[in-house]
Design a protein around this ligand. Structure first.
Ligand SMILES: [Cu+2]
Length: 385
């Protein structure tokens, strides 16, 4: 028996029953059944709208890394504008049907091959990929159209306090959609950070208006903000996460660099202020991208050292003092640069753990140049000696 049979029978019944009913009604009232009028008017097309999506959320060091709403249904003809909405992490909006671009590339002419972040294979310098850093549309004020193919990029939206010097601040990006379809997009800084625009025909009635979109956005932000809020409570307690026995009566302390799931991370050190004794060791752990940098008595090296290229475009050269380990395995003697190198997932040069044994007393401030504002202090005492 055809699996379609029951459906066909039901469909046939659905057609026959109303016909019989209308005939019966006509017979009762003594009238003849009139043919249903043909629809004359074309389906109504709605005027194009301007709709808003939030890029990230969170104040200060709360990095809530998602688009809000994550999925948006619009009509063909609508324009969507993404607004930067966080002080936590930089983001971007990329629509592409091509292989994703690497966010970090070797500086042209400095040798090639290998992962530029490792400084290996002859490549000594790396920079932010200008195809990610800068908008794909060089014409300010004009709006591109996305129909599912090509490459469209907002450029990196930095939170104001993180914006590298010499770079124009991008905090908004608009894109028009005129063809129905399902269009996923991604953030060039976080590959897990993705969104979807669903474009319905221009005649679609049941698409949300902005007030409904805002409601959904707030609802999606709420649980993530709850995570970063509770992490703030833990962080402000300066609670020691772990203290273990080290060699010769010393202690080994664990500090977490950042905490929380990828989409709701607090970019702080846990604890932010740690007091230890001379000879103790601190181990920083991080599954996210962070770098632990000390430079007592000197300036902290910035993440980017902007330079103009041959055609006068400012390129964000990445500071190897931040991304490559400096004096790894050496004891901390209270002067000069110490760097973990970039830590975190994807087997970054700094790995996922970094340790320093403190040989001198003092108060030593350190920070993560990837996230200006993410700072900690190690206070080294004499152990009552
Ligand atoms: Cu992102």
């Amino acid at each position: 028996m055809s699996p379609l049979r029951p459906w066909r029978e039901a469909a046939a019944a659905a057609v026959i029953i109303p016909v019989l009913l209308s005939l019966a009604l006509a017979a009762c009232s003594g009238q003849t059944a009139e043919p249903t009028p043909e629809p004359t008017a074309a389906p109504e097309t709605f005027p194009p709208r301007e709709l808003k999506v939030l890029v990230g959320a969170g104040e200060r060091t709360a990095a809530v890394n998602a688009f809000f709403p994550q999925r948006l249904r619009v009509r063909a003809g609508d324009t969507v504008t993404w607004n930067m909405n966080t002080e936590g992490d930089p983001h971007s909006v990329i629509f592409t049907d091509q292989r994703p671009e690497d966010d970090v590339i070797p500086v042209p002419g400095t040798g090639g091959g290998g992962d530029p972040l490792y400084g290996g294979a002859g490549s000594q310098a790396s920079m932010l990929n200008p195809k990610i850093l800068y908008p794909s549309n060089p014409e300010e004020g004009s709006v591109e159209v996305w129909r599912g193919s090509g490459y469209v990029n907002s450029g990196i939206m930095f939170p104001k306090i993180q914006a590298p010097p010499g770079l124009p601040l991008i905090d908004t990006f608009s894109l028009k959609f005129d063809r129905p379809g399902v269009y996923p997009y991604v953030c060039g800084m976080h590959d897990f950070h993705q969104g979807v625009i669903v474009v319905e025909p221009a005649t679609a009635r049941d698409v949300p208006e902005q007030d409904e979109i805002d409601r959904v956005a707030l609802k999606e932000i709420e649980p993530l903000k709850e995570i970063t809020d509770s992490l703030y409570v833990l962080q402000s307690s300066d609670r020691v996460l772990d203290q273990e026995f080290g060699p010769g009566g010393t202690s080994v302390y664990v500090v977490a660099a950042g905490m929380g799931p990828p989409e709701a991370e607090l970019t702080e050190f846990f604890p932010g202020n740690l007091t230890i004794d001379k000879g103790d060791t601190v181990v920083w752990v991080s599954s996210r991208w962070h770098s632990i940098v000390f430079n007592p008595g000197g300036p902290f090296p910035p993440m980017y050292t902007p330079q103009e290229d041959d055609v006068g475009t400012v390129q964000m050269i990445i500071n190897p003092l931040v991304t490559l380990p400096v004096r790894a395995g050496q004891p901390f003697v209270g002067e000069g640069v110490y760097s973990s190198g970039l830590m975190g997932y994807g087997q970054r040069p700094g790995g996922v753990g970094y340790s320093l044994t403190f040989e001198v007393e003092g108060v030593f401030r350190y920070l993560c140049p990837v996230h200006p504002g993410m700072a900690g202090t190690i206070t080294v005492g004499d152990g009552g000696a």
